[in-house]
Ligand binder design. Structure first.
Ligand code: AMP
Length: 115
């Protein structure tokens, strides 16, 4: 079964795609938590951070350079932003296709709420 994000990457279901190349696709989060909220996703379906292979190092690096370029293009590079990868249940992962959240455009507050 293709993941939800594979369907967006293949344009089988709608997505607000802001970048696509042969390795990575980026699209706006459907429930944005900040003025800018973009998901940077590898085109191949790696389920979680635990499943990143040593051979994926260049791909993972590319996800971050795409996120950096998108932050600049969205005008939040200087004001600041946060890159987040959630993993499994305690990490709050909802979609099991690896993705980096690029969030910014407003002060984001503490990284993790205090218990
Ligand atoms: P995570 O909790 O890290 O797995 O984040 C999954 C993210 O995917 C959430 O922020 C959702 O709002 C987002 N999301 C779910 N469905 C879609 C969709 N169809 N298009 C864009 N973003 C989505």
């Amino acid at each position: 079964m293709p993941t939800l994000f594979e369907k967006i990457i293949a344009r089988q279901i709608p997505g607000d795609i802001v970048h696509q190349d042969d390795r990575v696709t980026a699209f706006r989060d459907i429930h944005p938590r900040a003025p800018v909220h973009i998901l940077v996703v590898p085109n191949k379906p790696i389920p979680t951070a635990n499943d990143i292979a040593d051979s994926d190092e260049a791909l993972i690096g590319h996800m971050f350079t795409v996120a950096r370029d998108l932050a600049k293009r969205e005008g939040i590079a200087e004001s600041g932003y946060r890159l987040i990868i959630n993993c499994n249940g305690d990490g709050g992962q909802e979609v099991y296709h690896l993705h980096v959240h690029l969030v910014g455009g407003a002060p984001l507050g503490p990284m993790i709420s205090r218990a």
